[in-house]
Ligand binder design. Structure first.
Ligand code: GDP
Ligand code: MG
Length: 176
């Protein structure tokens, strides 16, 4: 089977770890500081259930609740990773606004989404519970994960999951 090319946008409020997650996935390292204004596209090959994918990851510069949804993020984008930080209530509000904008923009009722609560290593600073994240994802019928950008395994799970969600949306995998 030839590789399938898929484009995924990583979105969320500033400083939640979008770039750190992308870099951990692609380069297997945790970067302590990364220019927050940089917008990058990473590519990585990943194999899921025997199928090779060419994943194009758009690491966006970050949004807030007032951002106009950038049209280039809906153009031929197959799936979304929406990231908040478990240490920021505000970032949890922003993913909810973003989700509504994505649906509006795509003109669909559901879109392949993985909701990520990042920075679990900062448990002393936690303000968003895992239960809150789980409940939000349920209302979206989306996948929910908590991660720390310091650990490769959990981070790569995000991208495996988004691929599976995109395949489900395409009708190639039956929903469980
Ligand atoms: P972005 O603006 O969403 O792209 O956020 P960055 O990836 O630039 O991360 C913002 C800051 O949070 C940086 O100092 C990162 O090192 C830090 N950071 C990102 N992810 C984590 C994490 O899982 N745990 C901790 N402790 N810090 C993180
Ligand atoms: Mg960034």
């Amino acid at each position: 089977m030839p590789p399938k090319n898929r484009k995924v946008a990583v979105m969320g409020y500033r400083s939640v770890g979008k770039s750190s997650l992308c870099i951990q996935f692609v380069d297997r390292q945790f970067v302590d500081s990364y220019d927050p204004t940089i917008e990058n596209t990473f590519t990585k090959k990943i194999k899921v259930r025997g199928q090779e994918y060419g994943l194009e990851l758009v690491d966006t510069a970050g949004q807030d609740e007032y951002s106009i949804f950038p049209p280039q993020y809906s153009m031929d984008t197959h799936g979304y990773v929406l990231v908040y930080s478990i240490t920021s209530e505000k970032s949890f509000e922003v993913v909810q606004v973003l989700y509504d904008k994505i649906l509006d923009m795509m003109g669909k009722v559901t879109v392949p989404v993985v909701l990520v609560g990042n920075k679990t290593d900062l448990h002393m600073e936690r303000v968003v519970t895992a239960e809150q994240g789980k409940r939000l994802a349920e209302t979206w019928k989306a996948v929910f994960l908590e991660t720390t950008a310091k650990q490769h395994e959990a981070v790569s799970d995000i991208f495996t999951k988004v691929i599976l969600e995109m395949e489900k949306a395409d009708g190639n995998i039956s929903p469980e």
